[in-house]
Design a protein around this ligand. Structure first.
Ligand code: SAM
Ligand code: SF4
Ligand code: SF4
Length: 392
């Protein structure tokens, strides 16, 4: 549990004694926040999950990271000063094979997971990813429905791959895009990649029917907030839902400060001043975005307030890194080694039993505790696993 790859900016000494992830802390939290805890209880109608954590949250979604490498060096995720050519990424042998990933996915589905999102690093760098997608697409949920299968990508390889991904059984893609201005985008992706190629990828995904296509934009104050309105304008009437994400203090985000967070409220105001918005009902409790419709019917736009309005109480997501480690929170420092179990020939049933036991102890709610954790004297940067290992 200790061989988590910590970002170079972190201070491992601070990992001890933190409240997030502590189950002992969670019982106290439920007592201290009865109203919030009450509204956050999931009832049976919400879920078919047979796996509930210490705060009453069912296991419903899985983020499966297939590779920790990436062809971008986004300033807020894999700054090039840290992720140099000498950086030690997982070797091919350290990554789970497609057989192992499929076995794991089967165990999660057995526990009630209904949605799997493939991520990375850059998932489209994993050779023959379509073969894994074909296998996952064949899974059915406990309710007997096809599994929801989605992928998050930087879009750089999407123009070439969109049709093949759809043919393999992928249903939807989310593309990350932080600006329309070529200079801003080239700076933020850290490798001078042109925005036109990502836009081509988004068009190819729409044409291939990987719908609804979503576009995620991380907004960092002083860097790309002036891209909010141009992006909104570009994706109106396109059928693509654009979502603005607050810049988070996850591993890799060496430059994070509270001041750099451009809040969802500010992003919404910026859009609203030009294009009036109407709030839309939240569709699923585990939805991370607050979605608005353009008042003139031009489509939808979403805002993900991970920092200003944390949604830990509704967080039903497990993350498995490319090396088979299970993380219960994006900000976790500990992991549970599923790879060892898969390698030892553990059956899907036995795996499911192990995962269930780990999930039952989950009390993570880092974002809700961010302020008090960071405010501790001497606290520099909260240590987290790097985002490119566990996926977003
Ligand atoms: N490479 C793929 C991509 O960029 O879409 C998938 C992996 S990436 C780690 C997943 C998501 O995490 C992306 O949408 C990215 O913008 C987001 N992300 C990475 N670092 C972040 C940070 N510090 N704050 C907020 N979002 C972040
Ligand atoms: Fe790569 Fe995605 Fe991280 Fe950017 S956000 S560096 S594309 S993993
Ligand atoms: Fe979930 Fe994020 Fe809260 Fe962790 S910090 S429990 S990943 S919402």
């Amino acid at each position: 549990m200790s061989d988590v790859c910590l970002p170079e900016v972190s201070d491992p000494a601070e990992a001890g004694g933190r409240a997030a992830g502590s189950v002992a802390g969670s019982a106290a939290w439920l007592r201290a926040h009865p109203a919030r805890a009450g509204t956050r209880r999931f009832d049976r109608a919400d879920t078919d999950s047979v796996c509930v954590d210490a705060l009453g949250r069912p296991l419903q979604d899985l983020r499966l990271s297939v590779i920790d490498q990436c062809n971008f060096r986004c300033t807020y995720c894999m700054p090039k000063e840290v992720f140099t050519k000498d950086y030690r990424f997982l070797s091919a042998a350290e990554r789970l094979s497609f057989d192992e990933l499929a076995t794991l996915a089967g165990a999660f589905v057995e526990l009630g997971v209904e949605k799997i999102r493939l991520t990375g690093g850059e998932p489209l760098l994993r050779k023959d990813l379509e073969r894994l997608i074909e296998r996952l697409a064949g899974l059915t949920t406990r309710r007997g429905r096809p599994l929801e299968l989605a992928l998050t990508t930087n879009g750089s390889l999407l123009a070439a791959k969109a049709r093949g991904l759809k043919a393999a059984g992928l249903q939807r893609v989310t593309v990350s895009l932080d600006g329309l201005d070529d200079d801003v985008f080239r700076h933020m992706n850290g490798v001078d990649f042109p925005v036109s190629r990502v836009l081509e990828g988004i068009e190819a995904a729409c044409a291939a029917g990987l719908a609804p296509v979503k576009v995620n934009t991380v907004v960092e104050r002083g860097v790309n907030e002036h891209q909010i309105v141009p992006l909104a304008r570009h994706f109106r009437h396109s059928g693509v839902t654009l979502r603005f994400i607050e810049f988070m203090d996850v591993g890799g985000a060496a430059s994070w400060t509270q001041h750099n967070v451009f809040t969802s409220a500010d992003a919404r105001r910026a859009v609203e001043q030009v294009f009036p918005l109407v709030a839309r009902e939240q569709q699923q409790r585990s939805d991370t975005a607050q979605v608005y419709r353009y008042a003139d019917g031009a489509g939808e736009v979403g805002f993900i307030s991970s920092v200003s309005h944390p949604f830990c109480g509704d967080c039903t997501r497990a993350r498995v890194a490319a090396d088979g480690k299970l993380y219960l929170c994006l900000f976790a420092t500990d992991s549970f080694d599923l790879r060892r179990l898969v390698k030892s020939g553990c059956s899907a049933d036995d795996l499911a039993g192990e995962i269930r036991a780990v999930w039952a102890r989950r009390g993570d709610r880092y974002s809700e505790l961010r302020e008090e954790t960071r405010a501790r004297p001497g606290n520099k940067v909260y240590p987290t696993v790097r985002m490119s290992l566990v996926g977003g």
